[in-house]
Design a protein around this ligand. Structure first.
Ligand SMILES: Nc1ncnc2c1ncn2[C@@H]1O[C@H](COP(=O)(O)OP(=O)(O)OP(=O)(O)O)[C@@H](O)[C@H]1O
Length: 130
């Protein structure tokens, strides 16, 4: 992510989730499928500075097991984070929906652990550290 304004058209296609921050959409930006976390309409100035802080921190993270931030829009009322789209859906749904072979579970657990191990040091270590 290189800038704090959102250049180019962002198209929102469908709501794919809701979190503490607001609604999450699947959309397209610069020809790529993205996930867009849109802040609630009542975010206000405190919401803008909180989003700015989150985006600055998030933009420094680079790891294959951490969803990447692509861009951020800080212009009310369109406050949003534009992120890499995790096409497989929530892990909770994958685990609930079918019987997953142990080897696959182990691989998923390793990937989660690698991402979690990276996060506390993510802002000080070089990109793509294992
Ligand atoms: N990058 C993504 N790619 C695909 N789906 C996503 C992505 N981010 C979020 N989602 C979907 O949106 C849902 C809500 O995500 P969100 O991160 O807002 O929830 P949260 O865990 O409550 O986080 P927060 O409290 O930071 O808002 C997720 O469960 C998931 O289904």
């Amino acid at each position: 992510m290189s800038r704090l304004r959102l250049p180019g058209a962002l198209r929102l296609e469908e709501v794919i989730g809701t979190g503490g921050f607001g609604r999450v959409f699947r959309g397209t930006w610069r020809g790529q499928v993205v996930a867009v976390k849109a802040a609630r309409g009542d975010a206000g100035p405190a919401g803008v500075s909180s989003l700015r802080r989150e985006a600055r921190l998030y933009a420094r993270l680079r790891h294959p097991n951490v969803v990447a931030l692509r861009a951020v829009c800080l212009e009310p009322p369109h406050l949003c984070l534009v992120m890499e789209f995790a096409a497989g859906g929530p892990l909770s749904r994958a685990l609930a929906g079918r019987r997953v072979p142990p080897a696959v579970l182990l691989d998923w657990a390793r990937q989660v652990a690698r991402g979690m191990r990276y996060l506390p040091s993510g802002c000080s270590e070089p990109p793509n550290c294992p």
